[in-house]
Design a protein around this ligand. Structure first.
Ligand code: 5AD
Ligand code: SF4
Length: 469
């Protein structure tokens, strides 16, 4: 996903305007891989660079700075980055031939995991910056422009979020009526397949006041739907405005009070951190959308144990029962890994059985990919690629069927839709259902930012078609 959003606006500081007058504005091209947190981080880096005089471009050849915000969760992600770097190196050479600079930066989880190795493998790279130090980007760039190559992957002691500039209101408005808001980063769970605890570090929660202030600014800029982000978002905790220790449930109750914010979501959660107050939030808060992404990874207790998930399939199903009792229309989404070391046919069948029992509205499924440095990589009995392929195909067919059935089950019903943007076809607008499906409506059905009642008429591949109810 490319993020190419920032335009200079008149309220930039005088010194930057003066700099802009004497030299053409520098341009940055940002390319984002991986999860929603990277999307959020790319926006914040773009904001930091805007304050440093950079405007965004979506034409890579025009960029004075190319920034790849990378993902390390599975093998192919990092390999894609290296091949992209090969292409960018050629563009850098072409620009150099006409006397123009192109700095290349690698950010994100590959940056954190690989560090200086990136510059060794791709010498055209000028800077490598890990997720904990994005607020230092302008300083790092100043040093890079002075001729240094920089690898900045130490965890900063200062609070990154406090030092990252907020976007201008005009910029926030341009970004639309839905927004991400990172409330928590890192993970202490150490699932044995996962690199996150190593690339994003240990669990850190942002303070309540910072989160509330950011949510209020978003609401003030017309944002109607906020998705709270964290690698392990329901582990979020902090000291509340009442001096008490709050969990994510309590935070959601607080954010639901902000005028204008009509919809709240959070992702990604761990089953172990679904506490009573969070379940109560699902019961009591109409703004909290009835859609929960709650990964289980496997339906086999043996594999769950080897994965260090610290719950059984039965625990997970019992938890879902409590959540469904609190909010009857809640739809479930999940993540699955097939072919974890030691996974037998019987283990895989247990996963298929669990999926049949839960009935997911949507889900993501992956072949296990050994990540260097994680315990899973060193476990015996790795599953052959062909077996992983076959299992993934079967699982995905089942999940796709459930997703389609979920959409079909909505045909004829009346639901709320948040109008998000113009449609791809003339005369249409695209909204979002409570369950995250795109909803195609007539463009006259409402303005962007409106929440309208619609009747679902039919389903598309991944979307719903609807008319005003
Ligand atoms: N191999 C395959 N899938 C993985 N995930 C995380 N690590 C791995 C890995 N090593 C999946 C999990 C997680 C999602 C974000 O990515 O399902 O929930
Ligand atoms: Fe990775 Fe999520 Fe497990 Fe943390 S809880 S180690 S982020 S899979």
């Amino acid at each position: 996903m490319d993020l190419n959003t920032i335009e200079r606006n008149e309220t930039d500081s005088a010194s930057q305007s003066a700099a802009a007058a004497s030299a053409p504005a520098k341009k940055v091209f940002v390319k984002t891989y991986g999860c929603q947190m990277n999307v959020y981080d790319s926006q914040r880096m773009t904001d930091a660079l805007a304050a440093d005089g950079y405007t965004a471009t979506d034409v890579i050849a025009d960029a004075d700075l190319v920034l790849l915000n990378t993902c390390h969760i599975r093998e192919k992600a990092a390999e894609k980055v290296y091949s992209e770097l090969g292409r960018i190196r050629d563009m850098k050479a072409e620009r150099a031939a006409v006397g123009r600079e192109m700095l290349i930066g690698v950010a994100g989880c590959v940056a954190q995991a690989e560090g200086a190795e990136i510059i060794r493998r791709s010498p055209a790279v000028d800077l490598v910056i890990g997720p904990q130090t994005y607020h230092r980007l302008p300083d790092v760039l100043a040093r890079v422009r002075g001729g240094e190559k920089i690898v900045e992957t130490e965890y900063a002691i200062e609070d990154k979020f406090e030092h990252l500039p907020q976007p201008k209101r005009a910029e926030m408005i341009k970004r639309g009526v839905t927004a991400f808001l990172t409330v928590q980063e890192g993970c202490d769970k150490f699932c044995t397949f996962c690199v996150v605890p190593y690339t994003r570090g240990s669990e850190v929660s942002r303070p309540v006041a910072q989160i509330v202030a950011e949510a209020e600014r978003l609401a003030d800029a017309g944002v109607r739907e906020v998705t709270l982000l964290g690698q392990n978002v329901n582990a979020w905790h902090g000291k509340g405005e009442d001096g008490m220790e709050w969990g994510l449930g309590r935070l959601l109750f607080r954010l639901a009070q902000i005028p204008g914010l009509a919809r709240l979501r959070y992702t990604t959660s761990h089953p172990r951190d679904m506490d009573d107050e969070l379940i109560a939030a699902h019961r009591d808060l109409p703004a909290l959308m009835p859609y929960l992404h709650l990964p289980v990874q496997s339906g086999s207790d043996r594999i769950l144990k080897a994965m260090n998930r610290r719950h059984t399939a039965k625990d997970y199903l019992a938890l879902l029962e409590r959540i469904r009792a609190a909010r009857g229309d809640i739809a479930l989404s999940g993540d699955f890994i097939v072919g974890f070391p030691g996974e037998t046919d019987a283990d895989f069948e247990a996963t298929m059985g669990l999926v049949r029992q839960v009935n997911y509205a949507s889900a993501f499924s992956f072949k296990y990919s050994p990540r260097p440095g994680t315990p899973g990589a060193d476990m015996p009995d790795h599953v052959p690629e062909a077996v992983k392929d076959e299992r993934l195909q079967r699982l995905q067919a089942l999940l796709l069927k459930q997703q389609q059935d979920f959409g079909l089950g909505l045909v004829g019903s009346t639901i709320d839709t948040l109008i998000e943007k113009p449609g791809r076809q003339a005369g249409q607008k695209v909204g979002r259902s409570p369950w995250l499906q795109p909803v195609i409506v007539d463009e006259k059905a409402g303005k962007i930012g409106d929440i309208i009642r619609v009747r679902i008429t039919k389903t598309g591949y991944n979307s719903l078609f609807a008319e005003l109810a």
